[in-house]
Design a protein around this ligand. Structure first.
Ligand code: SAH
Length: 347
């Protein structure tokens, strides 16, 4: 096996690659379809490619395929959590959620994360590396194959900060939405960021139709700093300006994620401040009762307090939803499943 990452190539690169191998251009399209439409698990499956060509591909290329190390299925709502092993032995997690509108997959964008958000399990041991475009796609392809159904929605809200892996992330979006591949609609894709301002602006300038979710989690710069170290680098007003810019460039309404932590950001004054902060924006707030992790002492407000917080926002005409907890019986916040698995393997 060589090291050319063929599954991360776009069509232009693939054409160039096959032509340099002395093959006709149409072979690139065949290859592309095998990889991204039929989602073949090996070159051997590519029956309309000459055997000799397949052998050369095997020698020169790395063919990225993820293998599920573990799959957990919820008895409650059909949610499935997957732990995938990468070719270098790293483990990542992905989640399938079944809704009336279709099948949605939540993918990881990095192995670990270096953003340091206080309540998040993914970041505890820092980042190992960013995922390649192929590794991001493969999470979706293998889950689609596992359930034998089309994946219609993708959220980049698993472990990692996608905008900290920007080039691979952009390539991933290009391949995911390509009409010769899975052909996902841009509006069915949501990327979540902790607020890497220059990259939010760069993404806005691309004028795509993908949805942007910002992890807000606090109603002032001072409070946000206590939860999210990234606020040291990009202040809240800059981040909100970048959100407004994204909306101007794309017309897509911004989602703010707000993980509610008891006694930290769920008080009356937090709600009031939050209302002032966002009331002039075309946005939607997604409240996430914090999922407690064993390494930290954060608690979720009780159900009544979460609903009360929501009502306060609603009374001020803010679009707000409480994130439905999926797969409660196989639960594990962002990155927890992977941590548990790694601990098990190492002990
Ligand atoms: N790096 C991206 C994606 C992270 S995960 C980002 O920061 O947006 C998606 C969301 O889950 C983020 O809003 C993140 O802050 C939140 N999150 C992570 N761990 C959580 C936990 N234990 N409880 C509640 N929300 C959590």
């Amino acid at each position: 096996m060589g090291n050319i990452d063929i599954k991360s190539m776009n069509m232009a690169e693939l054409i160039d690659f096959v032509e340099r191998m002395g093959e006709k251009k149409f072979r690139a399209k065949q290859l592309y379809e095998w990889m991204h439409l039929k989602q073949a698990a090996s070159f051997d499956e590519m029956s309309n490619l000459p055997a000799k060509f397949r052998e050369r591909l095997k020698e020169e290329c790395y063919f990225c395929v993820l293998h599920a190390a573990e799959i957990l299925s919820s008895e409650l709502d059909g949610t499935k959590k997957y732990l995938f092993e990468l070719s270098d032995g790293n483990i990542i997690e992905s989640v399938l959620m079944r809704y009336k509108f279709g099948n949605s997959v939540c993918i990881s964008s990095q192995v670990g994360c270096r953003m340091g958000c206080k309540f998040c399990a993914s970041t505890i041991d820092g980042v190992v590396r960013g995922l390649t475009a192929a590794e991001m796609l493969e999470q979706i392809y293998r889950i689609g194959k596992d359930i034998g159904e089309r994946i219609s929605h993708v959220v980049i809200m698993g472990s990692g900060e996608p905008l900290d892996n920007f080039d691979n992330f952009v390539r991933f979006i290009e391949l995911l939405t390509n009409t010769d591949g899975l052909n996902l609609g841009q509006r069915n894709i949501t990327v979540s960021t902790c607020g890497i301002v220059p990259k939010m602006r760069e993404l806005a300038d691309m004028k795509l139709q993908i949805n942007l979710a910002l992890s807000l989690h606090a109603s002032s710069q001072e409070k946000r700093l206590k939860l999210m170290p990234v606020a040291n680098k990009y202040a809240l007003d800059e981040v909100l300006d970048a959100c407004r810019y994204y909306f101007e460039q794309t017309g897509r309404r911004i989602t703010f994620e707000y993980s509610l932590v008891a006694g930290v950001n769920d008080r009356d004054e937090d709600a009031r401040e939050l209302i002032d902060l966002v009331s002039k924006m075309n946005c939607h707030i997604n409240l996430i009762p914090v999922n407690p992790i064993s390494e930290r002492d954060f608690k979720s407000p009780d159900n009544g307090a979460v609903v009360a917080f929501k009502n306060k926002l609603e009374k001020n005409n803010i679009n707000v939803t409480i994130r439905r907890e999926m797969g409660r019986d196989i639960n594990g916040a962002c990155g927890q499943l992977r941590r548990r698995y790694l601990k098990g393997v190492n002990s």
